[in-house]
Design a protein around this ligand. Structure first.
Ligand code: GDP
Length: 292
């Protein structure tokens, strides 16, 4: 069953963003570098129109560096768009974000023409962390859970550089079935919207091709992953559960526990640096969803 997630309130956010966008020079969209396509909100593209865009692939420390490069090149090939990758907690990369915004709008700057930047991102992507780093103190509330509320604010990063936080919450929009699993796997979707076992199986299905060695190393798997037919990700989850001691009385594997282990290992990058999707894969999913 596909993941359904309709948190609501998008119309209020949409109205507020449309109101604000008139006076904005650059729109920053913060994305999760492990799932750039799925963590984008397609509605934002409609709303921002011809505004200059900066795609920021956050959590790059958790993502596969090769795939991050591929995504950066993919975004940079789009008109009026620049892209950078960073780790929101790091001060120096955050400064690169300021530089990238200035380069996107060279006609703005100085007290009479301040650069006006809007920062958007779905919950859990790291916006509060980044704002805190940019401001240099605890200005925004951070949280592990999707949906920590926050009031609209303007941060003056310099006398001629205004950063506006999104008015309202920009919820993820699941256009593509695969994106639902990636968002759930990353923790961007509320816990009651998905089944952990289903998400873990989907993660394993994605990982056992490109990241088979990471799985084998972490879970000390002795059989080649290629031996597990596509339909039997269940066997892989069961084996992982056994290896990690998620076993119930009588020796049966606790699949729920095994699923939680897989999801947590992915989220914390204990498994290794992983990116769940590549640009061609994501493009193909979108094209397929549009045909249907
Ligand atoms: P928000 O909902 O977009 O404001 O997200 P938060 O700033 O609250 O971050 C969500 C979670 O991701 C927190 O546990 C942060 O510590 C973590 N986080 C944010 N940015 C990064 C990053 O660049 N790297 C890593 N490893 N974790 C991050």
């Amino acid at each position: 069953m596909a993941i359904q997630w309709f948190p609501g309130h998008m119309n209020v956010t949409k109205k507020a963003i449309l109101e604000r966008i008139k006076d904005i020079d650059v729109v920053i969209e913060l994305l999760d570098a492990r799932l750039p396509g799925s963590s984008a909100n397609p509605m934002l593209a409609e709303m921002t129109g011809t505004r200059r865009k900066l795609k920021v692939l956050n959590k790059q420390d958790l993502a596969d560096p090769e795939r991050t490069e591929a995504w950066l090149a993919w975004y940079s090939a789009q008109s009026d768009t620049a892209a950078i990758a960073l780790d929101a907690g790091d001060t120096a990369p955050a400064q690169r974000l300021i530089k990238a915004c200035r380069e996107l709008a060279p006609n703005r700057g100085g007290m009479d023409k301040p650069l006006r930047v809007l920062i958007c991102g779905i919950p859990n992507v790291g916006k509060s962390t980044l704002l805190n780093t940019l401001v240099g103190k605890k200005a925004a509330k951070t949280g592990d859970e999707a949906g920590v509320t926050r009031i609209e604010q303007r941060i003056n990063l310099a006398s001629d550089f205004y950063l506006f936080d999104t008015p309202g919450m920009l919820w993820p929009k699941i256009l593509v079935e695969q994106s639902g699993y990636h968002l759930a796997g990353s923790g961007a979707v509320g816990r009651n919207a998905y089944d952990e076992e289903e998400v873990a199986l989907e993660l394993l299905h994605r990982l056992k091709g490109p990241y088979a060695q990471l799985l084998a190393a972490r879970y000390k798997l002795t059989f080649p992953l290629a031996d597990i037919p596509g339909a039997h990700d269940d066997a892989l989850l069961e084996e992982i559960g056994r290896r990690r001691g998620a076993v119930m009385a009588g020796g049966r594997v606790n699949l729920q526990k095994a699923a939680e282990i897989v999801i947590n290992d992915f989220r914390s990058a204990i498994l290794g640096r992983i990116t769940l999707e590549t640009p061609p894969e994501f493009e193909a999913w979108v094209a397929e969803a549009q045909v249907r």
